[in-house]
Every structure is written in C-alpha cells, then in structure tokens.
Write a protein that binds this ligand. Structure first.
Ligand SMILES: Cc1ncc(COP(=O)(O)O)c(C=O)c1O
Length: 323
C-alpha cells in the first residue's frame, strides 16, 4: 500500500503521511523515548461496519505510558478516539485496519533525559496485515532473553525502547524454527510472549501471571479474564507461573491485539496437553471472534463503530452464540 497519501493525525492536524517528517536527531529515535499503542479495527462485511476494539482503553493506556515519560498529553482519550474514527472514515477503510498511535520525544538534540524535551503525537491507521496464523496452534520456545524488569524500565507501559528485548527474543525463536518466544522474568517466572500475554489452563483453572511479574498490562488479557469467568464459568487465577508449569499445562494460549486469542500446542518440542487446540482455548477463540466482529450484543460497549449502522444488521447474545 502507498503510504504517502494516507490521512494521518499529527500534532493537532490531519495531514498526509508523506508530509509528516522527523529528523535524524529526533530524541525518540536515538534514545527510545516514546510510547505507542496497537489497536485493531474489524470490518464486518454483512453489517458494512468497522469496529475498533476497546479504543478508549488503548488511549487511556497511552496516556499512562506517556506520563511515565513525563509527557502530559494535551488530548484526552475521548478526543484521540474521535480523531481515530475520523481517520478511518477519511481514508474510507472498508477492510480490517491496524491503528498505531505514537507519542515520542521529538526534539532534535543530543542528551539523555526525559524532562524539558518536546514531544510529538501522531495516529496512523492503515490496512491490517495478518500477524501470525494460529489456526492450527502455535509452537513456542522459552527464550534465553529475560523480560525487562520494572526497576530497569517500566514493563507495564508500552514504551518504544523496551521493544528491543521483544525483537531479540522473537527473531531468535523464529530463526530456531518456533513461531513465538516466551520470556521469563529475571527471577525465572513466566512473564509473557514477545508481543502478547500468556495464559495456561491446569485442572480447569485459567492462570495468568500477575501485573507485578513485568508484563505489559494487556487489554486483551483483561478482556479474556472477564470472558473466562462470565462466559465459560471458570476461575481465573493471577499468580506467578513456573517454567515447568508451561510444559505440564493442559492448555496454553497467548492474548494480544495482534494475535487475538492464539492457542499454543507445542513448547520447546514438548506437546501441550494432547498437542491439539484445547477446549478452553477454542471456546475463547470463538467468543473473541464473535465479539470483535460485533456479533455479541452484550460486549458492544467494547466496540466503537466507525460508520452509521446499516439497516437490518443484527447482533446476538452470547447464549445464542454458544449454542
Ligand atoms: C509486550 C507485549 N505484551 C502484551 C501485549 C498484549 O497487549 P494488548 O492485549 O493490549 O494488545 C502486547 C501488545 O500490545 C505487547 O507488545
């Protein structure tokens, strides 16, 4: 896709992507002093509607990440949400989209610090490209790279500089023939995937690492925790997970904006459960899919429709969806 004519939001204005330039000395480029979001929009062809998933929650997380960089955003999450809807409409997207808001220290000057450095904010919305095919379940490996510790850099926030750790782990995993990497904390507990949170299922309990185990505070993670209890009637435990619990789990799955709910069927050449996608994972994949495409009315508060509703479009309740 030709990017240069894409309408984007940049520092309070709607401009073309090709007109928003940054210089080589930009602080955020040199020192990783930025924060960003990844937001998905799902095109429902039969409803002729594009739904953005948990839009305001993503901008709320952006606001919090920015605060950690000593940036106080001028725009509220509600204003940024409405700019995003405008971008979808102005670009006339009738397909799945990926939205990338970013805030970064934009001063072109040398000097590592956070205070007294100007920032830019932009939002780019573009057609979505599939991230990973998890329809048959993924393979993963426990990475030798450790997840950044909160006392080194705030793992709970989505800061640009932190992603070098994810990139190292992901590339090593893929080059070794796995689909994904699983990173441990410095203490050796399971933290998360390179760009996704992780869950295991053991004896009917769904377990995920707590936010104090250096995870990114994932929005899909929170959504799935709610669905597990409300729709599947299972308990969720937030507790540290040992590495060998991964190998002994009945099921393992990742959650994230890019991957949705993605079952993992093999870790370090060991089969998880019977090596096939488990029942809990499969149910969550289906539920999540129904929700993001606007087919379940009781989760419509998680969706921002970008266009006027087409007449006759229908949604159903989860009880109907499950049957
Ligand atoms: C490191 C990391 N962990 C977890 C996630 C999942 O977070 P979310 O569900 O908000 O996309 C992401 C994706 O943004 C991520 O980059």
């Amino acid at each position: 896709m030709e990017l240069s004519h894409l309408q984007i939001y940049h520092n309070g204005k709607f401009v073309q992507y090709g007109d928003a330039k940054i210089g080589l000395l930009t602080h955020g480029l040199n020192y990783g002093t930025g924060c960003f979001e990844g937001i998905r929009g799902y095109w429902n062809d039969s409803q002729e509607q594009l739904y953005l998933f948990r839009l305001a929650d993503h901008f709320e997380r952006l606001r919090r990440s920015a605060n950690l960089l000593r940036v106080s955003l001028e725009e509220t999450p509600a204003q940024l949400s409405s700019h995003t809807v405008k971008l979808v409409r102005d670009n006339k997207f009738r397909q799945h989209v990926y939205v990338r808001p970013i805030v970064f220290k934009s001063a072109e000057e040398i000097g590592v610090r956070l205070h007294g450095v100007d920032h830019d904010i932009s939002i780019v919305a573009l057609p979505h490209k599939p991230y990973i095919d998890s329809s048959k379940g993924l393979s993963a490996t426990v990475s030798s790279w450790r997840r950044v510790d909160d006392n080194s850099a705030p793992a709970r926030a989505k800061l640009t500089g932190i992603y070098v750790g994810s990139a190292l782990a992901k590339s090593d995993a893929v080059k070794s023939g796995f689909d994904e990497a699983i990173l441990l904390t410095a203490e050796g507990h399971v933290a998360e995937g390179s760009a996704e949170n992780i869950f295991i299922v053991r004896d009917g309990v769904v377990i995920t690492p707590p936010v104090t185990d250096n995870i990114l505070e994932g929005i899909t993670r929170l959504s799935v925790m709610e669905l597990v209890e409300a729709e599947l009637g299972l308990k969720v435990a937030e507790r540290s997970i040992d590495r060998t619990e991964l190998y002994q789990a009945d099921e393992v799955f990742f959650t994230g904006t890019a991957v949705g709910v993605s079952p993992v069927v093999q870790i370090d050449h060991r089969e998880i459960g019977d090596g096939k996608i488990g029942k809990v994972s499969a149910a969550l994949v289906q539920l999540y899919d129904d929700i993001v495409f606007g087919r379940l009315s009781q989760y419509s508060h998680w969706l921002t429709p970008c266009y006027q509703a087409a007449r006759g479009s229908s949604v159903r309740s989860s009880k109907a969806a499950a049957s």
